[in-house]
Design a protein around this ligand. Sequence first.
Ligand SMILES: [Zn+2]
Length: 279
Amino acid sequence: MLKSMQYDRVTRFDLARTLVGRGRYWTTAYLVDGIMVDTGCAYTARELVKALGGAPLARIGNTHSHEDHIGANGAFQRGRSGLEILSHPLALPVLADPRRTQPLHPYRRVFWGWPEASQGKPISDGAVIETERYHFQAVHTPGHSPDHLCLYEPDQGWLFTGDLFVGGQERALRRDFDIWQIIASLKKIAALPASRLFPASARVRNNPQQELAAKVSYLEELGKRVLDLRRQGQSVRGIVHAVCGGPMPIEFITLGHFARQWLVLSYLRPKDASQQAAA
Ligand SMILES: [Zn+2]
């Protein structure tokens, strides 16, 4: 299932596998001035290629290597000679061989599927991607994944945040996410004077500074409560019940890969370890 919407010169594609007549677990791709930011999941690759038709596409910029962001990389690369795919260096082995390097849990196979392999070129923090009209700065923002990048266009104030910022208030985390790195990365993008924020699978935000600051405050306050309870001798299970509330459907759907306990345990990991991992 594919829906598209226009924001000035940015085209947004919302993409989801259709199951029992409905799109499930939507993901997002953006097309602007010949660059596509992310390509959705494998199940919607053909639809996205068809939707673009003959529209100019010189390169793809992947915010990170999760399967719901690189799903049409291979299809686009096969169909358009010379198409560049730009990703953080840590993402390149995943793009090249997703099945070997990124084993998928059952829920990920059901909702997003295995991406076709593609060949990426490395871009790191501070690199600039020039298009005909714009220039996009790559900002390394680990935490959601070690290879996560945001793309920022300073003249337009556009900020493409991938899965780093999708709004909401976390009560659970995926097992491999790093909450201290996520907070540091959110602070990094909150310092940019962005006027419009284009997230993956969430609504576009105008003047996003207030929401970014609120998100950082929420996560820092939650971390403070977790650490206070730990100092008082509370068990992980006790902290989960005190700060995260009751069971969540996502814990069952993902068979525990996304769970309240991983959020608490991520806060209990030393910040220094997170920072060393990010270096
Ligand atoms: Zn992701």
